[in-house]
Design a protein around this ligand. Structure first.
Ligand SMILES: NC(=O)C1=CN([C@@H]2O[C@H](COP(=O)(O)OP(=O)(O)OC[C@H]3O[C@@H](n4cnc5c(N)ncnc54)[C@H](OP(=O)(O)O)[C@@H]3O)[C@@H](O)[C@H]2O)C=CC1
Ligand SMILES: N[C@@H](CC=O)C(=O)O
Length: 451
């Protein structure tokens, strides 16, 4: 196919496992990419920490830089790929890039789980895209799927093996009887582990990924530090062998599911019967299971770590950008608050219901009054509900959604606002859903006729 081609310059931040994979895959498939997209990818700069380090991929010395400003201030670099990891300076560089009109592709799950809302909002305000397929489950295209496909479904549960390093370790410990420490070193050598493998083996990495998936699947904001989390460091080869004798395997599972009380999340080693679909997902493979009300169960399996599977996800994001340039893909509703506004009747035609603890009621009302005064509207009523909660009803004039009001309130009274309460369920799993007062009656709480 002869198609006119243009050159697209991309700034690469990081040249470790993933960055090298991106370069290798580009050199392998650059021609077919150019034919399909009409774009030749050029990487003028690669940001690293140590410019003297020996690399396992061929790069020109002039490409290697240690000053991110060379990328940030280049107007002819419209896209950056962040595969350096960590919170800072990655967060600051990404924010600056987005604000200066650059699209960003990142594999950084920790950053997204902790600062995703800020980054996505910044991207939206700047009219650019932030894509992060590589942040969860390596090469499995689950992010794109949740963002763009399951819109007609209501997701009930997302679960899976979300960390390649720990799945590799558990598989090898069971198969070879090698110790945890021995197999961890192999996972590091294979490029599966994080720079600090504590993140993998203590379940943090899986929790970050679960937070991202939960956010997309349930439109909730997940306080990632509150996800109950346990790693695999306590496990011995014998645990795994005995489990198998009884007909089970042990897998590090992340799970979030919709319950009457809210969204429950947990990460930890779980016994799975040998007949379970995830029991045979071994080595560096990940699996994500999604149960939804219309389609039923879907399972995705693929390599969850390593240079090529991760590079594949990064490059597919790049292809999406090149093929959609100018069109902003549907972004996540990352900020949508928990259950209160989801399918219930708390926000109707700008009629807003706010639940708060008895102690914080006065403060809530004060902040809310101030807000409706600024925007136009009225406080309708304050009612006392059961379980120590009070309910403030208000009306805000057109143009402002209940969501905006709630976000505003959360910022003002974050500590006391009842939506931030995270009660623990009996079986030790956290419920980050919003607890509605069981005795509140909708008819008491809404008085549209008086608006
Ligand atoms: N490895 C994997 O399988 C996967 C990784 N990820 C994510 O991708 C990201 C990168 O992972 P990975 O490639 O494994 O990490 P590595 O540690 O292998 O590579 C990190 C790269 O970033 C550079 N870097 C780090 N900090 C800085 C800094 N402050 N300034 C400049 N350069 C810096 C390093 O430079 P230098 O080489 O000079 O030290 C290195 O080239 C992480 O967010 C990780 O969580 C996501 C999915 C899978
Ligand atoms: N360390 C991570 C890398 C990919 O996200 C893992 O092992 O899954």
């Amino acid at each position: 196919m002869n198609r006119q081609q243009r050159t697209v310059r991309v700034g690469l931040l990081g040249l470790g496992t993933v960055g090298s994979g991106v370069l290798k895959a580009l050199s392998q498939n650059g021609e077919s990419i150019a034919e399909r997209t009409g774009c030749r990818i050029e990487i003028p700069y690669i940001l690293v920490r140590n410019p003297e380090k020996k690399r396992n991929v061929e790069v020109a010395r002039e490409q290697i830089i240690t000053d991110p400003d060379l990328i940030l201030t280049s107007p002819d670099i419209p896209i950056i790929i962040e595969v350096m990891g960590g919170l800072e300076p990655a967060r600051t560089i990404i924010l600056k890039s987005l604000r200066s009109g650059k699209h960003v592709i990142t594999a950084n799950k920790e950053l997204l789980a902790k600062h995703g809302a800020e980054l996505l909002q910044t991207a939206e305000e700047a009219g650019v895209q932030l894509l992060f397929e590589a942040s969860v489950a390596g090469g499995i295209p689950v992010i794109r799927f949740l963002q763009g496909y399951l819109t007609a479904n209501r997701v009930q549960e997302v679960s899976g093996i979300l960390n390649g390093t720990t799945n590799y370790i558990l598989t090898k410990m069971e198969q070879t009887g090698q110790s945890f420490g021995e197999v961890l070193v192999q996972a590091q050598e294979l490029g599966y582990a994080e720079a600090d493998p504590t993140s993998d083996v203590e379940g943090f990495d899986a929790a970050y990924k679960l937070a991202i998936l939960t956010n997309l699947a349930f439109d909730v904001k997940v306080p990632v530090h509150d996800i109950p989390r346990e790693g695999i460091t306590r496990l011995q080869p014998l645990d795994l062998q005995w489990a198998r004798e009884f007909g089970y395997v042990i897998k590090l599972l992340g799970r979030s599911r919709r319950t009457e009380q809210g969204i429950e999340l947990s990460v930890g080693p779980r016994l799975l019967p040998l007949t379970h679909p995830l029991a045979r997902v071994n080595d560096v493979f990940n699996a994500v299971m999604i149960s939804s009300d219309v389609v039923g169960d879907l399972t995705f399996i693929g390599k969850g770590a390593g240079e090529y599977p991760t590079a594949s996800a990064v490059l597919e994001d790049l292809m999406a950008l090149l093929q959609n340039s100018g069109n902003v893909l549907r972004s996540s509703s990352w900020n949508t608050p928990l259950q209160q506004f989801e399918g219930r009747t708390e926000v109707q035609n700008n009629l807003v219901r706010l639940d708060c603890t008895r102690e914080s009621a006065a403060q809530t009302e004060q902040v809310f009054t101030h807000f409706v005064e600024k925007l136009g509207g009225a406080i309708l009523k304050k009612v006392r509900a059961s379980h120590g909660q009070e309910v403030v009803l208000g009306y805000v004039t057109a143009g402002v959604s209940g969501y905006v009001i709630e976000e505003f309130l959360k910022q003002q009274i974050a500590d006391s606002f009842s939506q931030l309460v995270i009660p623990c369920l009996a079986e030790g799993e956290a419920n980050v859903g919003h607890e509605l007062s069981q005795n509140s009656k909708e008819s008491e709480l809404f008085m549209p006729q008086s608006v």
